[in-house]
Design a protein around this ligand. Structure first.
Ligand code: ADP
Length: 491
C-alpha cells in the first residue's frame, strides 16, 4: 500500500464530504453528557498518591481488579493497571465521596464538555451542520453552559405541556445536580515505582472515573417522547450512554424497564422518517448483563449502525457467545487484525446491522451489509473524512470549524497502520476475499457482506486523547448520511 496515495485519498475524501455536508437537514444526538474534570498526571502527582498507601495494599487491590470505585484504593489500583498496560479504561463510581477525595488529593487542570452525546453534539455544530438536536435527560444549568453557543444547537424544552426546541441554556432543568467525571491522562514513558514494582508507561492513554449518581436514569421525558415529531426533520440519530443503565434501581425498577423504554424511543424516531438511520456508539460496559441486553435487545434489529473500538469488539463478541474470537481480538498478535475483521462481520450478522465501524490506532474497518445505497468508494470517503477529523482532534485537542479540521490533512497516514494492512492483505487475498488490486483500494466484496478497510492518520504526539473515538464514529456516520442525501438529491 502506498502512503502518498492514501494521503491524497484522504484529501479528496475530505473535500468531497465537505461538499456533501450541506445536504444534511438535521441530526438528533442523545443521551449522555457530563462535565469532565481533566488532570494530566506527572511523576510528582503519582508519587504523592502512592505515598498515601502501603505498596502491599495497592498490589493486593491490583490483583482484586476492582470493577467499581468504592474507596480511594480502588481508584489507585485501576490507575496502576491502566498505566502498566497503557490501556484506556472507564470505571464507574456511585458515591460522591470519590469526587471529593480526588478534588482534595489531586485536583484537576481544567473542565470541559464530556460524555459521548455532549461531545458529538458540539462537534457536529462545529462542522457546520444546520440543525443538531441534543437530548440529555439530566441537563443541568451548569452542564448547559458547556454546549456550543450556536443557533444550530437545540434541545427540547417542555413548556405548558408542549415541546419547543431551544438552546440548552434555555432548556435546562432547574435545580438538578451535574454529573462530573474525572479523566486522568498520562503520557508514554512515565516512570512508575510502587514498592518493588517499577515500569515505564508504554503508551499515552487515560483512566476515566465516571460518576453515576443515584438519580441518573437513561430515559426520555414523557412529553418529549409523545411529541417527538417536534424535533422536525432529522436525517439520522446518534445514540449513546446506554452503559449507564443499571441492573436494579432503588425504586424497584430494573434494566428491563429502561431497555424497553430505549427501544420504544428508537422505534418512535424511526417512525418519523422511514429513511432515518440510527447509529449507536458503544463504550466499555463492565456489567455483562447490561452489555448483553444493550447488544441483543437495544441494538439488534432496531438500529442500523454501530461504532466501537477493539476492546469493545472483544467484549461484545464475548457476551454474544464468541469467546474464542473474542480472545483472538484481545491477544492481537499476528492474527489480531484477521480476528478483528471477522469479529466486525460477526457483529454485523448477529445484530442484523447495516454497518459496523471499528476504529483502531492506524486503521479502520467498516463491515457493511449488502444492498447499502452507497458505493464502497463513498463509504471509504466517509472513513477517510473521519480519519482527518481524528488527526485534527489529536493534533489540536479540539475542532472548532470545518475549515480548521483541514489541519488533520497535514498529518501523515500511519506507517504502522499500513504495515498491519499489508499483513492483512495476505490473509484476504489468500482466502480469495478480494484481489490484490481491490485490497489496494481498501475494498472487500464478500458473498454475504462487503467491507472497507483504510489506513488512518495518527498524530505521534497528541495534545489530547479524549473524544477522538467519538469524532471518528460520528464523523464517519454523518459523512455517510450526507453522501446519501446528496445522492438522493441527484447530485
Ligand atoms: P475515545 O472514546 O476516548 O475517543 P476510543 O478508544 O473510543 O477512545 O477511541 C480512540 C481512537 O482514537 C483509536 O481507536 C484511534 O483510532 C484514535 N486515536 C487515538 N490516538 C490517536 C492519535 N494520536 N492520532 C490519531 N488517532 C488517534
Amino acid at each position: 500500500m502506498d502512503l502518498a496515495e492514501w494521503d491524497q485519498r484522504h484529501r479528496d475524501a475530505f473535500y468531497s464530504v465537505k461538499e456533501a455536508l450541506p445536504y444534511l437537514e438535521g441530526v438528533f444526538v442523545a443521551y449522555n453528557s457530563n462535565i469532565d474534570a481533566i488532570k494530566h498526571l506527572n511523576e510528582e502527582d503519582l508519587a504523592k498518591l502512592l505515598e498515601l498507601f502501603e505498596a502491599a495494599e495497592i498490589q493486593e487491590k491490583i490483583s482484586a481488579y476492582p470493577r467499581e470505585i468504592k474507596e480511594p484504593l480502588d481508584f489507585l489500583a485501576r490507575l496502576m493497571i491502566s498505566m502498566r498496560d497503557g490501556k484506556a479504561a472507564e470505571v464507574p463510581t456511585y458515591t460522591a465521596e470519590t469526587h471529593e477525595w480526588l478534588k482534595g488529593h489531586l485536583g484537576f487542570d481544567y473542565a470541559r464538555m464530556g460524555g459521548q452525546a455532549g461531545i458529538i453534539a458540539n462537534l457536529l455544530v462545529h462542522l457546520g451542520l444546520k440543525k443538531v438536536v441534543a437530548y440529555v435527560p439530566w441537563l443541568s444549568e451548569e452542564q448547559a453552559g458547556y454546549f456550543a453557543p450556536s443557533e444550530s444547537l437545540l434541545h427540547p424544552k417542555v413548556e405548558g405541556g408542549k415541546v419547543f426546541l431551544k438552546h440548552p441554556l434555555e432548556a435546562y432543568k432547574p435545580g438538578i445536580d451535574s454529573k462530573v467525571n474525572w479523566i486522568l491522562e498520562y503520557s508514554k514513558d512515565l516512570d512508575v515505582s510502587c514498592g518493588g514494582n517499577t515500569f515505564k508507561v508504554p503508551r499515552d492513554n487515560r483512566l476515566i472515573i465516571s460518576s453515576r449518581p443515584k438519580w441518573l436514569r437513561l430515559d426520555m421525558d414523557k412529553e418529549i417522547y409523545e411529541q417527538l415529531d417536534s424535533l422536525g426533520h432529522v436525517d439520522g440519530a446518534i445514540l449513546s450512554g446506554y452503559q449507564m443503565i443499571k441492573e436494579e434501581y432503588e425504586d424497584g425498577t430494573t434494566y428491563e424497564d429502561y431497555v424497553a423504554k430505549s427501544v420504544r424511543a428508537i422505534e418512535k424516531l424511526k417512525s418519523l422518517n422511514p429513511e432515518l438511520r440510527i447509529h449507536v456508539e458503544l463504550t466499555s460496559i463492565q456489567n455483562r448483563v447490561i452489555r448483553k441486553a444493550i447488544l441483543e435487545e437495544i441494538v439488534a434489529g432496531h438500529v442500523h449502525s454501530l461504532g466501537l473500538d477493539t476492546v469493545e469488539v472483544a467484549n461484545a463478541l464475548n457476551v454474544l457467545g464468541h469467546e474464542e474470537l473474542s480472545y483472538a481480538v484481545i491477544r492481537k498478535g499476528e492474527n489480531g487484525i484477521m480476528a478483528l475483521y471477522q469479529g466486525a462481520v460477526q457483529l454485523l450478522e448477529d445484530l442484523a446491522l447495516e454497518r459496523v465501524h471499528v476504529h483502531c490506532l492506524g486503521f479502520y474497518i467498516c463491515a457493511l451489509a449488502k444492498g447499502h445505497p452507497l458505493t464502497l468508494k463513498e463509504h471509504r470517503d466517509s472513513l477517510l473524512f473521519a480519519s482527518s477529523l481524528a488527526a485534527t482532534q489529536a493534533l489540536e485537542g479540539k475542532i472548532e470549524t470545518l475549515d480548521e479540521a483541514e489541519a488533520g490533512l497535514e498529518v501523515p497516514v500511519s506507517e504502522k497502520g499500513l504495515e498491519d494492512l499489508e499483513n492483512f492483505k495476505l490473509y484476504c487475498v489468500g482466502r480469495k476475499l478480494c484481489s490484490p488490486d481491490e485490497f489496494e483500494y481498501g475494498y472487500i466484496y464478500g458473498v454475504k457482506h462487503d467491507a472497507v478497510i483504510v489506513p488512518s492518520k495518527v498524530v505521534s504526539k497528541p495534545r489530547a486523547t479524549v473524544g477522538i473515538g467519538d469524532a471518528i464514529s460520528a464523523g464517519a456516520f454523518v459523512a455517510m448520511l450526507a453522501k446519501m442525501k446528496q445522492k438522493w438529491a441527484g447530485k
